[in-house]
Structures are given as structure tokens and as C-alpha cells.
Design a protein around this ligand. Structure first.
Ligand code: SF4
Length: 288
């Protein structure tokens, strides 16, 4: 993917907004390089995903022609099956057939897990319902719980800048959702990650959103989202989930760090940028 100079200027500006520097400039048809000991991320062309035997994770590789190939890929036809105890099977089947309006209403009135008790607003998701990009976070925080919108506040601002670095805006070819739609908080009122039962209860809603949107690529923001989407062992570190193209319901999925984590660990932003480039390549490969 060649980048025109004005696109490069915009991307540099956005990467600067993300706090990434020195800026890594894409360079066509090469895999990676080192300049003065600093990694230079380069654009290696489209990703080809080849359907073959069963595998949930696809390791990208770079061939001599500069194309990123995904070998030994397989297609997971289904997302992880939720815990049967979490939602009655009839409810799961009902959700899997819902249109947008019914789905949003179902979430608004949902009391399938204990998170309903402390919520002010459910956070359904926001964006284009035919989005090419689907970003999936963990769950609403305190501000999202009040506003009913995912990724507001400082983490939301960083996510918006990450979107801009890809040449898209919130709501423009993008959809943003969370694994759980109600805020998880601890006894002290602080945000916390959702537990397995809560994720299992809420996952059918996200599954239905994915089925309705049919995005060209999914970006899992943080470990919770990546594990929920891939069905990986909960103890899997995010470092083992990154730098790979997973296949979720037949859709390429790339895991990266949660924006809130990047605010605490700004040195990791360069890795997030690598992840976004991999996701862009996966999208380009699918679109080709
Ligand atoms: S988190 Fe999900 S499953 Fe739990 S009450 Fe909220 S909408 Fe329902």
C-alpha cells in the first residue's frame, strides 16, 4: 500500500498525537529495517489468508517479494460458545436472529448477569453498522456508564487518535463495542475487568453485532477482548496474543493493547502502531 505524501503528513501528525516518536514511516515492499538502532516499520503489502486446516492463530510471514502471507490459516466458523449456564439457550438463539433495533433493546433491558445491578446506562456500541473496522474493548468504565457511549475520556481520545492514524474517524467505517455492555466495578466502586461468567453472559450480543456488521477486520483492544474473542486460556499474556492474525468467525482479528494501558505505558504505543499496521494489512488482504 503506497502512501501519498499528504497521507504521510496526516499519519505523522496522528502518530505524534498518539505520542509515538520518532515516527515510523511506511516504505513499500520491504519487511522491516533498522536505522540507527531504531526499528523502521515498513509496509509489506497485502495479507493473503489461505484457508487450510484448523487453526485459530495465523502467524504472518514475509516472502521475498515483500508480501505478507498467512500460511496454514484456517477459519473458525464460530465464536467461542458461551457458558450454557450464563444465558438460556433459547435466549442465545433469539439474540442470534435479532436485527439491530431488537438487539439494542435487548441489551438495554438485559439482566442476564449481576452487572445490571450497578449500571446507569448500558453501552451498546457506536459507529457505522457496515463498518470495515470493528474495535472491541473490555467493558464500560465510570464515564461510559454515565454517558452510555464506549471509549470516552482520555482513553477514548487516544483511541480516536489511533483511528485517525488509520485514516478513519469514529463512526466513519468504524464500529466500537465492548465485550460486556454494563460497567464492571469492584466493592470500592473502581473499574475492574469482567469475570468469565459476565463475559459468557454478554458474549452473544457481541457475536450478533459481529454477524450484523461483517467487518473486514477486528481489533481487540486489550487482553480481555482478545481472550473473549479467541476463546484463549485466560492466563494467556497479551504479548502472546499480539503480532498474529487470528481468525474469528471467519474475520481476521488482531490484538493490541487497551488505550487505557497505553496511557499508563506510553512506551508501548509503538507496539500498538505495529498492531494497527498488521490489522491494516489484514484488511487489505481481505479486500483484495
Ligand atoms: S453485562 Fe451484558 S449480560 Fe450482563 S446485564 Fe449487562 S447486557 Fe446483560
Amino acid at each position: 500500500m503506497l502512501m501519498h505524501s499528504n497521507q504521510a503528513t496526516v499519519r505523522i501528525k496522528m502518530l505524534t498525537e498518539m505520542g509515538i516518536g520518532p515516527v515510523w514511516l511506511p516504505r513499500y515492499a520491504e519487511a522491516s529495517d533498522e536505522v540507527g538502532g531504531v526499528s523502521v516499520l515498513v509496509d509489506a503489502g497485502p495479507v493473503h489468508i489461505e484457508k487450510s486446516s484448523f487453526a485459530a492463530v495465523v502467524e504472518p510471514s514475509i516472502d521475498a517479494g515483500g508480501e505478507t502471507k498467512v500460511n496454514g490459516a484456517a477459519w473458525l466458523d464460530e465464536l467461542p460458545t458461551p457458558d450454557a449456564s450464563a444465558l438460556p439457550l433459547s435466549v442465545v438463539q433469539s439474540v442470534s436472529e435479532m436485527g439491530w433495533d431488537d438487539l439494542e433493546q435487548a441489551v438495554t433491558s438485559c439482566r442476564a448477569c449481576g452487572l445490571c445491578a450497578g449500571r446507569q446506562k448500558t453501552v451498546f456500541g457506536v459507529g457505522a453498522r457496515t463498518a470495515a473496522w470493528l474495535f472491541v474493548g473490555e467493558g464500560p468504565g465510570s464515564e461510559e456508564n454515565i454517558e452510555g457511549v464506549p471509549f470516552v475520556g482520555a482513553a477514548g481520545q487516544l483511541l480516536d487518535n489511533m483511528l485517525l492514524s488509520l485514516g478513519v474517524r469514529r463512526g466513519d467505517r468504524t464500529y466500537i463495542a465492548n465485550v460486556v455492555k454494563c460497567r464492571p466495578n469492584d466493592q470500592n466502586g473502581n473499574d475492574r475487568p469482567p469475570v468469565a461468567d459476565e463475559i459468557a453472559s454478554c458474549l452473544p450480543y457481541l457475536q450478533r453485532q459481529i454477524a450484523l456488521i461483517q467487518p473486514q477486520v477486528i481489533v481487540a483492544l486489550g487482553k480481555t477482548a482478545a481472550i473473549a474473542l479467541t476463546g484463549s486460556d485466560p492466563d494467556t499474556p497479551v504479548t502472546q496474543l499480539r503480532n498474529k492474525v487470528h481468525i474469528v468467525a471467519g474475520i481476521p482479528m488482531v490484538a493490541t493493547y487497551h488505550p487505557a494501558y497505553l496511557l499508563r505505558k506510553p512506551m508501548e504505543k509503538s507496539k500498538a502502531w505495529q498492531d494497527l499496521c498488521l490489522a491494516q494489512q489484514a484488511l487489505d488482504g481481505k479486500a483484495a
